[in-house]
Design a protein around this ligand. Structure first.
Ligand SMILES: O=C(O)CCC(=O)C(=O)O
Ligand SMILES: [Fe+2]
Length: 397
């Protein structure tokens, strides 16, 4: 059995009292929610091979059809998880103006989101108001406490242990399950694809606060807070939150809200795994929008760990996988299809680092001015068309 999360105590001497985060009420509206499958990760340790095989079978279908799953029984209790929400809320209540300035992000030049994102768009320079604030912790933040907000110093032991547990226990087990779906050795994806340095590898941990939209934000974004996109790494570990703003793009080309499942992790597949799996795993498009009408006055606190792939690699489908050998590759969508086109033309595909950095440096969302975007209509739906490094991207807006 995998060891459960065992964090440092919250009441050690020197730790300030933290106001508990109070989960806001869930939507009571009758909504056509996305129907995601649930994976009980503890079953991976079952001594019964039939139980493990059933889990692999459920996972195969879930990541092929939805690209999103709910993960339960992964080793973090709901109390431990809520403590991390308490700490994230404390950050947003206590980060000083001096730290906001000192630790201000610079995605334009760094190609990372590291540091403080103010509520003024997705560029280094102040843009339009979007009411979204983050602190993003990358490996350099884990190497020096000078790079983290002072108000987080007392809780740093808990944050570091949480990220380590998510990466080296939860994500490692999840990648084992996904390797089993590919019918490859258990450590295949962990050893060959996952970035493993410090608590978050080349990925990052985010404490985000989406303040409720006001008239200005709403007028600019027309209800969209973050445009449709795919994540670029291995897996994204989003914690399910009561305010329903995350929507996923279904195979039937409809946006649907992801419902709240208390204590669950919402896992989505990143583009690296879509590429390695030859399209068998789906890097599903998703976006963040205003919640249903009965939740629109609430702020949305969100914590996320974006797991990254090893930056220097150029991904190839795992052709040696018995699954790929038997069923071939699926080239119906996404990065897999676009990268295949490049390969066929003899153009080198980008490395994982190039691919994520070029997208981050150009990141912009619904409230930003976006001069490079071409808008096209596909089947009556508005899509954004972009091109990075010779790769065409078409995303439902
Ligand atoms: O806040 C969320 O639920 C999702 C955010 C997201 O998709 C992203 O930052 O890539
Ligand atoms: Fe995302």
């Amino acid at each position: 059995m995998a060891a459960p999360f065992n964090p440092p105590a919250a009441d050690l001497p020197g730790k300030p009292q933290v106001t508990p985060w109070v989960p806001p009420p869930t939507s009571k509206l009758d909504i056509d929610w996305a129907k995601l499958r649930t994976i009980d990760l503890s079953l991976l340790d079952s001594p019964d091979p039939k139980v493990v095989q059933d889990l692999v079978d459920t996972c195969r279908v879930a990541i092929r059809d939805d690209g999103f799953i709910f993960l339960e029984d992964y080793g973090v209790s709901i109390e431990q998880l809520h403590r991390q929400f308490d700490i994230a809320q404390y950050l947003h209540q206590h980060i000083s103006d001096e730290d906001k300035e000192r630790l201000h992000w610079n995605p334009d030049e760094s190609g990372t989101f590291a540091g403080w994102k103010p509520m003024w768009g997705w560029r280094k320079e102040k843009g339009n108001k979007d009411n979204i604030e983050h602190f993003n912790y990358y490996q350099p933040q884990f190497e020096s406490m000078d790079r983290i907000p002072t108000c987080m110093h007392p809780f740093w032991d808990e944050i570091v242990d949480f990220c380590n547990y998510l990466t080296y226990s939860v994500n490692k087990r999840l990648l084992k399950l996904l390797s089993k779906v590919l019918e490859m050795p258990d450590d295949f994806l962990w050893d060959l694809v996952q970035s493993k340095v410090g608590p978050v590898g080349q990925g990052y941990f985010r404490q985000a606060l989406y303040y409720a939209s006001d008239e200005v934000v709403h007028a600019k974004g027309q209800g969209t807070r973050m445009n449709g996109h795919c994540d670029f790494g291995t897996t994204t570990m989003l914690f399910s939150v009561p305010i329903s703003s995350l929507q996923i793009w279904g195979r039937d080309e409809q946006w649907r809200y992801v419902p709240y499942k208390p204590g669950a992790l919402v896992i989505n597949i990143g583009e690296t795994l879509e590429l390695v799996s030859g399209g068998h795993f789906r890097a599903t498009r998703h976006r963040v929008v205003d919640p249903p009408s009965d939740q629109q006055t609430y702020d949305r606190l969100s914590i996320v760990l974006f797991q990254a792939s090893e930056g220097d690699l150029r991904m190839e489908p795992a052709y040696q996988s018995p699954l790929l050998q038997r069923e071939g590759c699926f080239d119906s969508q996404g990065a897999y299809r676009e990268f295949k086109r490049l390969r066929e033309k003899g153009i080198p595909i980008p490395t994982n680092r190039e691919w994520r950095e070029v997208q981050i440096a150009d990141a912009h969302h619904a409230t930003d001015a976006a001069p490079r975007d071409t808008i096209v209509m596909v089947n009556g739906q508005k899509h954004i068309q972009r091109e990075y490094m010779g790769v065409n991207i078409l995303l439902p807006a």
